[in-house]
Design a protein around this ligand. Sequence first.
Ligand SMILES: Nc1ncnc2c1ncn2[C@@H]1O[C@H](COP(=O)(O)OP(=O)(O)OP(=O)(O)O)[C@@H](O)[C@H]1O
Length: 459
Amino acid sequence: MRAAERTGMTQDQWGRLKQDLLKSVGKSNFKSWIEPLELSHLEEGVATFAVPTSFVGNYVSQKYGDQILYHVQSVSPEIRRVHFQVPGNQARRPAQARPAAAPAEPAIRRDPMMPAAPLDKRFTFDTFVVGKPNELAHAAAKRVASGGPVTFNPLFLYGGVGLGKTHLMHAIAWELSERQPELNVVYLSAEQFMYRFVQALRERKMMDFKSMFRAVDVLMVDDVQFIAGKESTQEEFFHTFNALVDGGKQIIISADRAPGEIENLEERIKSRLQCGLVVDLHPTNYELRLGILQSKVEYYRTQYPGLQLADGVLEFLAMRITKNVRVLEGALTRLFAFASLVGHEITLELTQDCLADVLRSSERQVTIEEIQRQVSDHFNIRLSDLIGPKRVRVFARPRQVAMYLAKQMTSRSLPEIGRRFGGRDHTTVMHGVRRIDELRVTDSQIAEDLELLRRTLEA
Ligand SMILES: Nc1ncnc2c1ncn2[C@@H]1O[C@H](COP(=O)(O)OP(=O)(O)OP(=O)(O)O)[C@@H](O)[C@H]1O
């Protein structure tokens, strides 16, 4: 602690910097990653922070290292690196610390000076599940990864949070590096681009910065919307972009929205970004979510051998958690971890208990009345016949479909659903739900009806 005070940055100052970081990383990231960091000591230009686990240390170093260094340098310009260490772990001395953003495993880069961010080993084409919503983006990414002549430049991938943009970019980088190991492939976030740029400015190393980026063969910049409103970063990005395109080098960009929709982005950059191929990742559909869950479960089976998974759980999750793939994955991780702790088969009940909060927050607030209206419209029958007592197939089947959707899309209990369907018994509802669950697999028409209805109800 004393060392920290001697070289200028005090605990108080670190406390204030943390508050600045809170603003830039957001509350929940702050709680998970920044708040636990304690300034441990400063030595030979390295600021060392105590972290509770090495996982937190690695993650923070990769994700926030640059940002933390940037803030730390605003009060202690002599600090060159930040280091994260579990107290008592003497194996790594601060003097051997890597630069903040350096990956645990070397990223794809030839030049040790190259400012690449680490690539996630799990983000390959093999682990990317393709479905209707992402097939175009996947095909475009595959084309770029094949490494042929540059046909569209840039490739611009956009889509909502957690839909696989970063995954696809990493997959391109992995494949390119396998096919053409001599290529200088650099992946980094727009935020990292900015921090590198600001650092180069501060250290008067702009020439190095420029020549470093201009020596790249394939440049990938993730979340480019981040530079909106940041004038000088935009300016530098524009020059880098032009130099690379002019040199016939491939650029791949991602953003949360289409180029034309990014506010506070200079027009000339927008139009440059639109020059190549712009493809979007659509929100996931039920089939894609189910496919992703199935592929992740294969992995979990190796991690938790012997853990049983009851039928219908994945279908339930794919139906109920529609927000994004990250949330879906998080739910599955939690479920497996929980089930292995309690040593219990993963049943629907356990799933509902364990994920109650996630399920509640992704609830679509669809009401049973809405479901009934949509279903009767869809099957072209009267609402009174859907709810009424007649048991002929033309009414009974749509009724079962509506009950099934009510069970899947709302949190109403079986008796409650029964009451809303003309005062039927909960066993009738249960039978209906089971019947549709079976037909969903064997009858493609029913599967299609369900998907269409679900989409309309979610819209
Ligand atoms: N089609 C898919 N197949 C397998 N995993 C996927 C797919 N789409 C997304 N994922 C997984 O979902 C998680 C979030 O994806 P990713 O980080 O690529 O999202 P993103 O679009 O870059 O989101 P953000 O806008 O937050 O940066 C990752 O773990 C990724 O592997």
